[in-house]
Design a protein around this ligand. Sequence first.
Ligand code: ZN
Length: 285
Amino acid sequence: MEASAANGSTVVNALTIDVEDYFQVSAFAQYIARSTWEARPCRVEQNIDRILELLSDGGAHATFFTLGWIAERYPKMVQRIVACGHELASHGYAHERVNGLEAGAFFADVALAKAVLEDIAGTDVQGYRAPSFSIGDDNLWAYDCLARAGYRYSSSVYPIRHDHYGSPAASRFTHVVNTHVLEVPITTARLFRTNWPAGGGGYFRLMPYAVSRWLIRHVNRCDEESAIFYFHPWEIDPEQPRVTGVDAKTRFRHYVNLRWTADRLKLLLQDFRWDRMDRVVFGVA
Ligand SMILES: [Zn+2]
């Protein structure tokens, strides 16, 4: 059955997954030293396999923004993502926030990630997403680095107000940032002169599903734009090891409603039409 029947819209939205493990999220960076990553039990592979199944059941394709660090450890998983017809894209190599790097180090990180991913998958990598949406007015040089490394688009801006990320004044929809690269922001709905998060993250787990659905429909119908939605593999994994000693706000944000995410994603797949970012942005793969 066509998803457009449920949605009342023929707009195709872009579904994206940031492929990293629970111990790599930026909000945990002050609690978890990078030097301990190697020793932590990984959950990413089993979670990605479950996501591949959800997408296959829902008849949807998606874009997987994958860390180079993860790809090197799980090359077969990366190959399975590509074999299932999804787009492989880059989340950088080591999950470094762009606003903590000099241009040279940033270029090295994104060029390495692209090379690692392309080598493992045997496919072109065109897209990049900055950890914690950390490209903003202060580091627009990052787009020149992405162009130099051979990327065609970035999805590194969430135009909302948030204490860890967000550029509330940024353009809400796809725009040209230089001669080689487009920026494709995460979706917000514009209501009461404010941008409301409509493109996933913790908000998708926190808000009732009906609110997320309403906001995406609003963007599809009123803005006549595709929604760009994202989530993480650890968000469907209530059994993940608990990180201890974390402040209450971070703990709440990371663990709230994990057990409902998979069911909500199933509804999202039924209620809207979804495809890979490259096809939504450029029209062809
Ligand atoms: Zn990330």
